[in-house]
Design a protein. Sequence first.
Length: 168
Amino acid sequence: MYCTNCGNDRPDNHQPCPNCGAVPQHVPPASQQQFGSSPQEFGQVGNPQGQYTPPPPPSIGGPGYGGPGGPGMPVGTKVPNYLIFSIIMTICCCPLGSPFGIVSIIFGASVNSKLAAGDYAGAQKASANARLWLIIGLVVALAGMILSFFMGGFEDITRLMNEGAANR
């Protein structure tokens, strides 16, 4: 036999271990053990009636594990991702707004994945970056349109207006 305390060999009797001095405990074989019918007799924790009570479901959107948004996310909060506006700007403000629109799309696409991972602060930061690049792209595109209007577009418009007045 082996000592359950130190693991060394010991004689097969109920004497203390010669190495560590631990007194062995006598455990009857499983065939001789008596089992009761209640969970408490098996050493399990349960209610007095012996019935299983399932744990409550996790709260969704609130603090704790398992909810979308994870810990620290205020319940019912939605973070805008600006994807629709970014895509429209990328298509309509080509070529001046497209580079800024692409950057805005990248930040906007990461908002939902960060929310799903529970990174509420990261989702807010990605949303703010998407909005910033969207605004920068719109300003650059509008400045380019105004500049092109004054550089050559103004002459075309006045020519068309003069031709229309001459045809009357």
